[in-house]
Ligand binder design. Structure first.
Ligand SMILES: [Zn+2]
Length: 108
């Protein structure tokens, strides 16, 4: 009886149901690579290294996959991240000048 019900379920719905409320809350928080504080990911800048071409993408869409890093929208955090090479460490790759410039514009 139970088995029949499970098969009926959409797998995606089943996935959502498996998430406990505490896990959902944690899902929203991301650690800043510069200051190490946790913030709501919606308030942060996300950087992602696209695994197919190794390009760094700022605030990628959900179809892009790779290693990602989060940064507060805070000038000091950007400076720290640049100075201490936090992008390179978090993304395991170089962040080019263009990307840095875009980040500066986004933060200012
Ligand atoms: Zn920060």
């Amino acid at each position: 009886m139970n088995r029949k019900q499970q098969q009926k379920n959409n797998p995606k719905e089943g996935e959502d149901n498996n998430l406990s409320p505490s896990l959902l809350k944690a899902e929203k928080l991301r650690k800043c690579i510069a200051c190490g504080e946790f913030f709501d990911r919606k308030k942060m800048i996300r950087l992602l290294k696209n695994h197919t071409n190794n390009q760094i993408v700022i605030n990628p869409d959900n179809k892009t996959f790779g290693r990602s890093a989060y940064l507060c929208k805070n000038e000091d955090c950007l400076k720290t991240a640049i100075k201490k090479s936090r992008f390179q460490k978090a993304l395991r790759g170089k962040v080019d000048e263009n990307t840095i410039e875009k980040l500066k514009i986004m933060i200012n």
